[in-house]
Ligand binder design. Structure first.
Ligand SMILES: Nc1ncnc2c1ncn2[C@@H]1O[C@H](COP(=O)(O)OP(=O)(O)OP(=O)(O)O)[C@@H](O)[C@H]1O
Ligand SMILES: [Mg+2]
Length: 355
């Protein structure tokens, strides 16, 4: 990584550089029957874009791929803090893996901790938890095998999603079903492809929004809701599916600030903040909503580890619409984390970090 501007280490009067590690999981281009197998992972361009932001601040950047050698790589890195965007490897708790290791080793990191990430990746558990805060979320059922009986309280149309995925993974054009036959066909197919419990949820017809949050406590910024406006009228193109996300120029336009009336916009922002606090999120998150035709704001899901791909991911996009550049957003996430730990960049020795 670029370390041109870093002062030489052998000069006693010059403090050593501040070292920031970036923990990530890379797309590997593995071919599979499952076209969205690597949907949640990052491309090298994202790691490079984040590295450049830190290098421009004279920080030393250490890339830390979160693979089988991650722990050794981390221990050898001498990092002061880790900027975590790693999605983890296996299981519904995979997003917790890197934060849990960092906490175990006592290494500071940006973003939410393992408990928040583990809970939030499980959509049904999150809905259940948030219902205790009276957050409105579509009625749902979790099914753990293709042999199931649909709850009589659920009425078609229904949307089917793998319970612990993100990035539109497992949400195809045909994710919405209108009858029992379509439902059972899709559940069978999804169990084979994704091998995990499926969430059956009432399909909410209406407008779609996502709300970004940055920072903590009194430093928290709730950005204006960004509307995902569907350009095509067929229902299958009114779902922010993996296909729609990857071909977004064809299927959607983004509107931020949206033309929502002030009361609804403020209500959505306040629900987003309430969810962020209820889940004890740290530094950043993105929360998805549907606004039904009767005006109800429905929580769909939260992404405490939102994608940070420049010119692609929704979180940097909505921050950009609200006047915050990519570089400023990345630095602000890091600064919020540094503040939580009481770390001041540039006074490395006095913190006693890294031995
Ligand atoms: N109950 C619902 N009613 C209507 N549409 C829904 C519902 N649940 C999901 N969707 C549609 O499917 C999309 C993807 O669902 P969801 O946000 O749960 O998946 P995800 O893969 O975790 O998303 P992300 O890419 O934000 O991580 C939503 O953005 C929305 O368009
Ligand atoms: Mg989503």
């Amino acid at each position: 990584m670029d370390s041109e501007n870093v002062p030489p280490l052998d000069d006693e009067n010059v403090p050593p550089p501040f070292v920031v590690g970036i923990a990530y999981n890379l797309k590997k281009g593995i071919s599979s029957d499952c076209e969205d197998l690597e949907a949640e992972y990052d491309s090298y361009d994202t790691i490079d874009a984040i590295s450049k932001v830190f290098a421009a601040e004279n920080m030393k950047v250490v890339p830390l791929e979160a693979d089988g050698d991650f722990i050794e790589r981390l221990k050898a890195s001498g990092v002061d803090i880790v900027f975590n965007i790693a999605e983890g490897i296996h299981g519904r708790g995979r997003e917790s893996q890197v934060p849990a290791i960092l906490n175990f080793l006592g290494i500071p990191f940006s973003g939410s901790d393992e408990t928040t990430l583990g809970l939030s990746l499980d959509k049904a558990l999150t809905k259940r938890y948030l219902s205790t805060f009276r957050i409105e979320t579509p009625p749902y059922q979790i099914v753990r095998s293709p042999d199931f009986k649909l709850d009589t309280s659920l009425t078609f149309p229904l949307i089917i999603k793998p319970n612990a995925e993100g990035s539109g993974k497992g949400i195809s054009d045909l994710a919405v079903v209108d009858n029992e036959e379509q439902l059972s066909e899709l559940i069978n197919k999804n169990f084979k492809l994704y091998g995990q419990p499926m969430l059956i949820e009432k399909y909410i017809k209406g407008r779609e929004f996502t709300v970004g949050i940055l920072g903590n406590g009194k430093d928290m910024t709730v950005f204006e809701p960004m509307e995902i406006c569907y350009l095509q009228h067929e229902r299958e193109h009114q779902i922010y599916s993996y296909k729609v996300k990857t071909n977004y120029q064809k299927y959607v336009s983004y509107n931020c600030p949206s033309n929502l009336d002030t009361a609804t916009s403020e209500k959505m922002k306040s629900i987003a903040a309430q969810i962020y606090e209820a889940l004890e999120c740290q530094d950043m998150s993105r929360i998805d909503f549907r606004l039904s035709e009767d005006g109800t704001v429905y929580f769909i899901e939260i992404n405490p580890l939102p994608g940070l791909a420049p010119n692609y991911s929704d979180y940097p996009m909505l921050a950009g619409f609200c006047g915050m550049s990519y570089g400023k957003l990345i630095l602000s996430i890091l600064n919020n984390a540094l503040k939580r730990y009481g770390i001041h960049c540039g006074h490395r020795e006095s913190r006693g970090l890294n031995g």
